[in-house]
Design a protein around this ligand. Structure first.
Ligand code: PLP
Length: 423
């Protein structure tokens, strides 16, 4: 299986090379050259069984192919329930039962297990990530305990919530958190400078783990397929998916899974007030914008990084995009709780609003699945006042809070980062 660049100016590579590189050398994103012809019976199966059926073909001929099954089993070892808060009403695929309480755990756990197998003592891998949100926690957690693939996480001092900071700083070796005395953009610039420094990059085997990595994208197909097969078996209809969307990693994984022939119906991307995807969907023109801050802050994206993939892939069946305001997020959280007792995080709430906005006939045609991307406890400052009660942390997040935090402080300078990497 070869991966080509969306920009067509880099050679095609095998999966392990694509994972190691992150983006293609020409600045494009890697896409499978051709989809594998999988002959699957598509009967319901557990998440790791589904992953074992789908993923090995995507790693064919690469150094990882023999390890993919084992990686799936160890990465996907937590529950992924499909629940139904109200009947009639959408089904909810809860993607937040991993160790850091958000769906980023799936991609990060898969990617780091793959990296750890690819690296060795003479050729280490260090993931360097600037992050403010869910990705950093998932990356740190996924790297903890690795032998050859570690992580260094940069975040802006005083600009993230205390819980977020704790979730970046509580992981043990080979993970390190660095608090940078600057804003988030300066952290990202620092990461870019480090990647451009050939000596530094080679010495530490620097690579990224952002949402364009096929090592995060491909495993995310598995849970959509798991849920779709189950509902298809129950109802005889291909379920529609409603996906809270920021950088379009989760959404593109669903598009890819549908293209494999899995029983997935319409795909609806729910965004917050950031309008780039919505404007592209309504008038066909793509225009990146600066992001605006919303309650669903993990989706505050003005230039969705996976959009280039969606365009290059040209899915035969389209996606729809619905845009949701903060006011709608608030009232959806309150009303859903009043009606059913179910508590949604602000990201998940965008999908409930989008589902509600479909016409009665479209909604009534088939079962619908909402992706619940984070546990509401992670956004309790927003959610608790709306539902009028406190939210109990799940065991995994309570355990995170119990861990000691360890952090280094650096100024936003490459020499300081280089010293920290060596220390
Ligand atoms: C990252 C994230 C999203 C957006 O996912 P994309 O793959 O970037 O579209 C939605 N909800 C939560 C909670 C997230 O952490």
């Amino acid at each position: 299986m070869l991966y080509r660049s969306t920009r067509g100016a880099s050679p095609s590579v095998l999966a392990d090379k694509a994972l190691r590189a992150g983006a293609a050398p020409d600045g494009g994103l890697y896409l499978p050259d051709a989809l594998p012809a999988l002959e699957l019976d598509q009967s319901p199966a557990s998440l790791s069984e589904v992953a074992r059926q789908l993923l090995p073909a995507f790693f064919a001929d690469s150094a990882l192919v023999g390890a993919v099954g084992e990686i799936c089993d160890s990465a996907f070892n937590f529950p992924v329930p499909v629940v139904r808060p109200g009947d009639p009403g959408p089904h909810v695929l809860e993607l937040f039962h991993g160790p850091t309480g958000a769906f980023k755990d799936f991609g990060a756990r898969f990617l780091f297990r793959a990296f750890d197998r690819m690296a060795d003592a003479n050729d280490p891998i260090t993931v360097l990530a600037a992050t403010s949100g869910d990705t950093g926690g998932a990356v740190g957690c996924a790297a903890e305990g690795n032998t050859n693939a570690g992580a260094v996480i940069l975040f802006p001092k005083g600009r993230i919530s205390p819980f977020q900071e704790h979730q970046l700083c509580c992981w043990e070796t080979p993970v390190r958190a660095l608090r940078v005395d600057a804003d988030f953009d300066a952290c990202q610039t620092l990461v870019k400078q480090a990647f451009q420094d050939k000596g530094l990059s080679r010495q530490f085997g620097l690579t990224s783990a952002n949402s364009i990595s096929i090592g995060r994208l491909l495993p995310q197909m598995s849970y959509w397929v798991m849920a779709a097969r189950k509902l298809f078996a129950d109802t005889g209809e291909k379920p529609g998916l409603v996906i809270p969307t920021g950088n379009l990693g989760n959404g593109f994984a669903a598009v890819l899974a549908r293209a494999l022939g899995e029983p997935i119906g319409p795909i609806v991307l729910a965004t917050n007030a950031n309008r780039t995807l919505h404007d592209w969907f309504t008038d066909g023109a793509y225009k990146a914008r600066a992001s605006v801050a919303t309650l669903a802050n993990a989706m505050d994206v003005g230039a969705p990084s996976n959009f280039e993939r969606l365009q290059a892939f040209e899915p035969s069946a389209p996606v729809a995009v619905l845009r949701v305001s903060d006011a709608e997020i608030r009232s959806a959280i309150t009303q859903l709780h009043e009606r059913t007792g179910y508590v949604a995080c602000p990201h998940t709430a965008t999908a409930f609003v989008a589902h509600e906005r479909l016409s009665d006939s479209v909604r009534g045609q088939r079962p619908w699945v909402i992706g619940a991307t984070a546990h509401p406890y992670k956004f309790r400052e927003t959610v608790e006042p709306l539902i009028g009660r406190s939210i109990t942390p799940p065991a995994a997040l309570a355990a995170v809070l119990e861990r000691p935090a360890l952090v280094g402080d650096i100024p936003a300078r490459l020499d300081a980062l280089a010293t920290a990497l060596a220390g």
